[in-house]
Design a binder for this molecule. Structure first.
Ligand SMILES: Cc1ncc(C[n+]2csc(CCOP(=O)(O)OP(=O)(O)O)c2C)c(N)n1
Ligand SMILES: [Mg+2]
Length: 114
């Protein structure tokens, strides 16, 4: 949700490696809407997301992308072994959920595990 740190990372010649788990959704918000609001999706579908490879290049970083599972290993190998700042855009399932999560206003004992 922010990107300007890429400039700081490049300017300071860091070796930061960034992996974008690109689900084309505001995934955390979508998951809340799925589980607690009966799947009423509102303003979470991001069919148009920035091109993260071009975004990386705009900041002077290396950008790589895996659109299929068989490309993942190659992208990770190249990305992690390249010097400097690297952004890896990894396309993942749109509706994969992340657990555990705690409902709003609930205690940790009411944590949803999956
Ligand atoms: C600047 C800013 N605006 C809004 C939020 C509220 N927020 C938290 S997670 C989230 C969705 C993030 O979506 P994405 O970056 O695609 O990550 P995902 O949940 O899909 O892994 C939002 C809008 C935030 N944390 N920061
Ligand atoms: Mg997302």
């Amino acid at each position: 949700m922010t990107a300007q740190e890429l400039a700081t990372a490049v300017q300071n010649k860091t070796n930061v490696k960034i992996i974008v788990m690109n689900n084309n959704f505001l995934g955390m918000v979508r998951q809340w809407q799925e589980i607690f609001y009966a799947g009423n999706y509102s303003h979470v579908n991001m069919q148009w997301v920035p091109d993260f490879v071009k975004l990386a290049e705009a900041y002077g970083a290396l950008g790589l992308r895996a659109t299929r599972p068989d490309q993942l290993e190659g992208v990770l190998q190249r990305g992690l072994s390249s010097p400097g700042v690297v952004v890896m855009d990894i396309l993942v399932d749109e509706e994969a959920n992340v657990y555990p999560m705690v409902p709003a206003g609930a205690g940790l004992k009411e944590m949803v595990l999956g």
